[in-house]
Design a binder for this molecule. Structure first.
Ligand code: NAP
Length: 248
């Protein structure tokens, strides 16, 4: 039996665990960072918490006799991905990054791009004054000094430093177009800020912004480490783990 580590914290990681845990040829361990108070747990064996950097992860991979790693973390979990790439190389086992495609603008979209939260904060006052901020609860600090009104949404309450004029709504996708339209209208939002997370769980806000003619400020994804193998879907990642393929 081969052992696989799935680095998780996403819907795709849970879907992959569903696909892999039914296979008799595999032992599957899913790993969560432990950031969310009540996480949605993947099927099968789960461990929680950091590994202690790339060295800690390489040590863990050897101790658990792991044969392959699938990094199915969020596209913005850059540190974990870089750590996984280094640790898998160190332990001399194959690694695949499962990365859902980013979002693409369509007719009627008014999208602006930033490479960092700081750049987004610099651009924001030129785009609107009542902001719907969905970049994550640990990432409000760069916006804290702006004299704008913010509606922030995250799974758990956001962490200080926070903007002075802030209302918080807690929520976890999937979100609907009707729900997002109602939220934007209720709070008279005139600009949306989001990471380019991709996927359908949180994309309804983009359709709502388009319908209301609002600008959207998107954070560009961090680049993947050079040369890593990638798959766009859990199904493709599961195929990579078939005997004779890259991770099988
Ligand atoms: P990050 O900045 O890339 O990682 C920071 C540290 O957290 C890592 O070095 C690692 O600690 C630990 N860690 C991260 N993911 C882990 C995992 N799946 N299992 C065990 N340890 C993990 O990560 P992040 O952006 O804070 O994201 C944390 C988790 O939330 C990830 O699982 C990610 O998939 C999920 N998530 C992130 C976002 C986002 O916008 N960033 C959105 C939705 C979900 P050690 O160095 O000690 O190993």
């Amino acid at each position: 039996m081969r052992s696989v580590l799935v680095l998780g914290g996403t819907g795709e990681a849970r879907r992959l665990a569903d696909l892999l845990t039914v296979r008799p040829d595999l032992r599957v361990v899913s790993s969560l960072a432990g950031r969310v108070r009540e996480p949605r747990l993947p099927a099968g064996e789960v461990r929680v918490g950091g590994f202690g950097g790339p060295e800690g992860l390489a040590h863990w991979l050897r101790a658990e006799r792991i044969d392959a790693v699938v990094d199915a973390t969020h596209p913005f979990a850059r540190t974990m991905t870089e750590s996984a790439v280094r640790a898998a190389a160190d332990a001399a086992i194959p690694l695949l990054v499962l990365r859902r495609p980013g979002w693409a603008a369509g007719p009627g979209d008014n999208w602006h791009w930033a490479d960092s939260l700081a750049e987004a904060a610099g651009l924001l006052p030129s785009l609107g004054s009542r902001v719907f901020l969905t970049t994550g609860r640990k990432e409000l600090a760069p916006f804290a000094d702006l004299d704008l009104w913010f509606l922030s949404r995250s799974v758990d309450p956001p962490e200080a430093p926070l903007p002075r004029r802030l209302e918080v709504v807690l929520g976890r996708g999937p979100f609907t177009l009707d729900g997002e339209l109602a939220l934007l209208r209720q709070h008279r939002i005139d600009v949306l800020v989001t990471k380019d997370s991709g996927g359908s769980m949180t994309s309804a806000k983009l359709g709502a912004a388009r319908d209301l003619g609002l600008p959207v400020l998107l954070l560009r994804r961090p680049p993947l480490p050079p040369g890593v193998a990638t798959a766009p879907t859990p199904e493709a990642a599961a195929a990579w783990l078939r005997p004779g393929n890259g991770g099988g």
